[in-house]
Ligand binder design. Sequence first.
Ligand SMILES: CC(C)(COP(=O)(O)OP(=O)(O)OC[C@H]1O[C@@H](n2cnc3c(N)ncnc32)[C@H](O)[C@@H]1OP(=O)(O)O)[C@@H](O)C(=O)NCCC(=O)NCCS
Length: 155
Amino acid sequence: MITIRPCLPTEWNTLQKLNDEVFQDNLKYDPDLVADYALSEKGKNYFKLVLKDKNSCCFIAEEAGKPVGYIVGSPKKYSYRKSKYFELDNMGVSPQNRSHGIGSKLIKTLIQWASEHKYKKIIVNTYFKNSPAIAFYKRNGFGEIDVTLERKIVK
Ligand SMILES: CC(C)(COP(=O)(O)OP(=O)(O)OC[C@H]1O[C@@H](n2cnc3c(N)ncnc32)[C@H](O)[C@@H]1OP(=O)(O)O)[C@@H](O)C(=O)NCCC(=O)NCCS
């Protein structure tokens, strides 16, 4: 059985391991990523800050007491938009546990939290070529809003 619970303030190590699985997956879409970022000091400090921040939220999915997924969200300020936005900063489900509805349960929990905190919209970024994640977000009610482009600077 899957349980979704708030992340404990000292669980950065669990989050780093789950986040590392996301990084390894995302390397397919972004060769510029620092491959060991999640397990590095910087990766640890990122989660330590998230866990201290009262305006952010973090949930862990467990199966038989084992962490198998996580989701992190924080406020997103747009001075030029009308609505109060919350951002789904990152999420992941362990490869062997995907396609069992865990990611969707994590999203529902995040939306419930954001709704209780008076947010009106949720935004998420993912890689343009990460079609499984895009299909997943669309099935969970998200629609496209913008596209990020990059290019190399050559002399
Ligand atoms: C994207 C991700 C978080 C989705 O998590 P998940 O637990 O697999 O999500 P779900 O199981 O709720 O949904 C995934 C698919 O499984 C299907 N599914 C859900 N429950 C199912 C079940 N009981 N049986 C069979 N299929 C099921 C859904 O239809 C869904 O299909 P869709 O993606 O075409 O919409 C996960 O695949 C992941 O961690 N990916 C790598 C990292 C990543 O891309 N993170 C997000 C972007 S940064």
